[in-house]
Write a protein that binds this ligand. Sequence first.
Ligand code: ZN
Length: 277
Amino acid sequence: MRKVIIVMLSIAFAVTACEKVPLTGRKQLILVPNNDMLAMSFTQYKAFLDTSRVVPTSSGDAEMVNRVGNRIRQAVESYMNSNGFAKRLEGFQWEYHLVQSNQVNAWCMPGGKIVVYSGILPYTQNEAGLATVLGHEVSHAIAEHGNERMSEGLVANGLLQAGQVAAGIATSSKSPQTQALFQQAIGTGGPLMYQYFGALPHSRKQESEADHLGLIFMSMAGYNPAEAITFWTRMAKASSGKAPAEFFSDHPSDSRRIADLQKLLPDAQKYYASARR
Ligand SMILES: [Zn+2]
């Protein structure tokens, strides 16, 4: 009997474990139930805001973050809902905040919890620049890069085995080990940005994918994708000869990133053209 159950769970594991990323179609390992992922994310986001200097929404810059964030969100929702990816947005509670800080950074946690640091605004310069950054960050969330990293961490640490997957993680999401892995994958432990981009960077593969998806989503939202190349070129100039800012440090090399974006530009421009129609 026990054997049968294990076999059945293993089949369930095999079926649910492999998902395809929207737009790129890349296969990825997703093991953590979305509910658990979002619950951990929302708790940490709130804790982060409670201890940060959140810029009031009455300020022009915070309003801009809200406006650009909402446009990206609408583009993402419309694409995902009409292309069979609605499940990935289940439970999202989108929120956008500008936080007073010199850090040149921004991020989006699972479930659409976004923070933009005021330190990145001199680099984004305009709404299309900000849309480039938000498109990239939101793409990490909807491609479930955090879940993927955490899933890989759980397997690598022997915390998940085929027979235990779904039930195991659901009941153990509050365990210290699971929390620690979440911190590593997404977390806000210590300086959030640093964890997110610095100490444990997204893989190169995930970064290029977020660039790709972000370029398409900003185009769908009606921002000129050519501005993404302008933005990254500006960032490359600003960071050359200096220690790289947090936002760049673990992202692909500037020249590689710009070359990759240029290849994707004709496709992105089609989405931009139909968004403007
Ligand atoms: Zn990134």
